[in-house]
Ligand binder design. Sequence first.
Ligand code: AP5
Length: 188
Amino acid sequence: MTRMLIVGPPGAGKGTQSKKISEEHGIIAISTGDIFRENIKGQTELGKEAQKYVDAGNLVPDSVTNRMIEDRLTWDDAKDGFLLDGYPRNRTQVAAFDEITSRLDVELDVVLELTADREELISRLVRRAEIDGRADDTEDVIRHRLEVFEQETAPMIEEYRQRGVLKQVDGLGAVEEVGARIAEALKA
Ligand code: AP5
């Protein structure tokens, strides 16, 4: 049973690698970004609330995101482990997540950080824009998302480093190479 987070800047490969980790470890991968995008597509109340933040590359308000995750983690498919992709994303969410795990009486095992340099991140996301047309993959919004990452998410990752649960993996190279590095890091 594993309970883990995957963190890193936009374009680091969190979503791509989550699928593989989820299969290998038999745990559900939950992406806050995917949940928001599905709700925006379906124009649910949550989607309507989140859309302006997601489209601009800003974080959706913590109260909305924390509530959504607490609810999601009570589903049956998350009872025996989970991989969270994109949550927590700032220090306030870390504090909320600590409370959520404590209420659910579960412990976080590992935080996996994927790294990649800025130019590679931008080029991956610009390439994805041409294929998928994700609303927040325009060049201006990509740069803003990277700033939000530096200002809000990087300090949060540092907190997990200090807690001794962080494993850092180089996200550069082919998807399979990165996957092999992750498998090694998780074994260690
Ligand atoms: P989210 O969906 O989490 O987006 P993100 O963090 O910006 O991450 P991406 O999906 O862009 O990148 P990724 O690291 O998953 O990489 P991927 O595998 O897709 O969040 C979107 C928005 O939702 C936020 O801006 C915010 O508004 C909101 N939100 C989400 N969580 C929130 C929270 N907790 N609180 C508040 N708001 C929240 O790969 C990217 C591309 O690169 C793909 O095309 C892929 O095919 C390619 N690729 C992957 N690996 C490689 C490789 N090794 N080599 C070459 N190409 C590769």
